[in-house]
Ligand binder design. Structure first.
Ligand code: FAD
Length: 260
């Protein structure tokens, strides 16, 4: 069912990332998403960054949809369907989150939930530069320990989030790992988690149309798992069976695009 909401507030998170808060309540598990509709523009999947009252969606401004969304202001109307999909499931008392860029929204929602339940959270946040880091203050405010990696070394360690993860796992262990971000990063997270014999849950992105399992556009090779329905969160075991993970995805027409 499509719901209609008004924009309450738009917050600038980084130079290219914004959060839009709507006057609607969406009860959702961390990792679930909505199909957000801008009349006359398009409808696109977006993770729920702030579930609950005044639901918040955090987005990177790059293409036609997100550029239009960035122009929205208080009082503007948007539509949405959802929440959809399978979210993250908390396992154990000591967890590790590994995120990069605009993969942070579902992980920040998970950090909030984990802290509410008294779980010990360590988060590794990666970005190109210091000013592109997302939700470091939010997660520290929730009581998480946050470690940072930037490509240019302007904050935290110079390198990738997975470099920090590799060093950390040499010293410490965790009950479970959760990741969302560039697929190339998640390939490495999966490899490191399996080496450490640590359960891992990964939030995947594929081109979506219906958002609730009817059209099959986001079905992945080889198992046919639909990212919108069986995912977007998958376990490490499930992802290991996907022959396309880390190799290719499909565009709007269904053609294969190699992952860069
Ligand atoms: C489950 C899920 C959750 C997501 N959560 C967020 C989020 O919280 N914040 C955020 O900024 N982005 C999120 N995305 C990605 C977001 O949907 C795309 O960035 C957005 O659709 C881009 O639209 P555009 O017109 O601005 O850019 P375009 O130039 O049209 O596309 C830019 C990129 O977005 C991908 N994309 C475009 N349309 C779709 C679609 N219908 N389904 C999936 N990917 C698409 C393209 O493949 C391309 O890689 C999520 C995607 C999925 C599948």
């Amino acid at each position: 069912m499509m719901r209609v909401a008004r924009v309450k507030e738009v917050v600038r998170e980084t130079p290219r990332i914004k959060t839009v808060f709507l006057d609607a309540e969406v009860k959702a598990e961390p990792g679930q998403f909505v199909m957000l509709w801008l009349p006359g523009v398009d409808e696109k999947p977006m993770s729920i960054a702030y579930p609950g009252e005044d639901v918040g969606i955090t987005f990177l401004v790059h293409g036609p949809f997100t550029t239009s969304l960035a122009r929205a202001g208080p009082g503007d109307l948007v539509g949405f369907r959802g929440p959809f999909g399978r979210g993250f499931e908390l396992e154990g008392r000591r967890i590790l989150l590994v995120g990069g860029g605009v993969g942070m929204p579902p992980l920040a929602a998970l950090a909030d939930r984990a802290k509410e339940e008294g779980t010990d959270v360590t988060a590794i946040v990666g970005a190109g530069t210091k000013e592109e880091l997302l939700f470091v203050d939010r997660m520290e405010g929730a009581g998480a320990r946050v470690l940072v990696a930037t490509d240019d070394g302007s904050a935290g360690r110079k390198g990738f989030a997975t470099d920090v993860m590799e060093d950390l796992l040499a010293e410490e262990s965790f009950d479970a790992c959760y990741t969302c971000g560039p697929e190339v990063m998640m390939v490495k997270v999966l490899e490191l988690a399996r080496r450490a014999k640590m359960p891992v849950q990964l939030s995947l992105e594929r081109y979506m149309k219906c958002g609730f399992g009817i059209c099959g556009h986001c079905a992945m090779d080889r198992t046919g798992a639909r990212v919108c329905k069986e995912g977007p969160v998958f376990t490490g075991e499930e992802v290991a069976e996907l022959t396309e993970f880390g190799k290719y995805r499909r565009d709007a027409a269904g053609a294969r695009i190699p992952l860069q």
